[in-house]
Design a protein around this ligand. Structure first.
Ligand SMILES: [Zn+2]
Length: 274
């Protein structure tokens, strides 16, 4: 990364000073030529310099916020803590203390982009199908929110799409379990389950490794979790065969996948589409 030269730093200081005095003139309702001229009474000058002090510190606070946002954006695009620390003129530990939680963001972002590239249009179609079917019985606030998210994510350029992605999944999941649209709701639930499995880190998935299918006497390795949305019971981990069996019952959704891309496959098999 290139360092700033002394000349560039001096120009930056001058620009900040100019910005501060623009704020002072606005706050004190002064004319464009007004400033700290020495022929002014002390009381006026004192007021100007105090307002300049306030505005310079407000600029510093804004710069801090913008710096945090820049660190986040850099991390999402592959910058690690040594690079962020170097750019910020601090050690990597210092950068980690100041802006925690930035490690691994690039990988997660890439996984989300890749998933959306593969499944985004199917996902959007499925959301539209659920919206069309559910909309006939009047629209709940959550459904309205999902509709807004869909429009937002379709309008957004690819890089910003990822920022809307998480909220879109949360809303889609909620709708998929509450909608009475059986097929579209089931498909949406499976897509959300696959999206989480494909985009969360591997370590979040391996915690399932020691579990077995909860069907009586099965003992196979579970690959998805299913949930009867019309009962109070919890989601249960099941193997492929018992997932297909469970999905034959009404109001049953796949709510989690233990590995990428299995939920959609199981859903298709259960619906005789595979
Ligand atoms: Zn089983």
């Amino acid at each position: 990364m290139r360092a700033m030269s002394d000349v560039q730093r001096a120009a930056l200081t001058a620009a900040v000073e100019q910005l501060a005095w623009t704020v002072v003139r606005e706050v004190l309702e002064l004319g464009p030529e007004d400033g700290p001229h020495s022929d002014l009474p002390d009381a006026d000058l004192r007021q100007m310099w105090l307002t300049a002090l306030t505005s310079l510190l407000a600029i510093r606070d804004s710069a801090e916020q913008l710096a945090a946002s820049a660190a986040l954006s850099a991390a999402q695009r592959g910058a690690d803590y040594p690079a962020i620390g170097h750019a910020a003129g601090m050690t990597r530990q210092g950068a980690r203390r100041k802006w925690p939680g930035l490690a691994g963001l690039s990988d997660e972002r890439q996984r989300k982009l890749a998933w959306w590239d593969r499944r985004g249009s199917q996902f959007a179609d499925c959301v539209r199908a659920v919206l069309a079917e559910a909309g006939r019985n009047g629209e709940s606030p959550r459904l309205a929110a999902l509709r807004e998210r869909l429009e937002e994510i379709e309008r957004a350029p690819a890089v910003e799409r990822i920022d809307a992605f998480d909220m879109f999944l949360i809303d889609a999941h909620a709708i998929s379990v509450e909608t009475t649209a059986e097929r579209a709701g089931g498909l949406l639930a499976a897509l959300v389950a696959d999206a989480y499995a494909a985009t969360t880190s591997h370590s979040a998935l391996v915690s399932h490794e020691n579990r077995t299918c909860t069907a009586d006497g099965c003992g196979e390795r579970p690959i998805v979790e299913v949930w009867r949305t019309d009962t109070e019971s919890q989601a249960t981990p099941v193997c492929r065969e018992h997932a297909i069996e469970a999905l034959g019952r009404p109001a049953t959704r796949i709510v989690a996948a233990h590995e990428p891309d299995v939920a959609l496959k199981v859903f298709a098999e259960a619906n005789g589409e595979a």
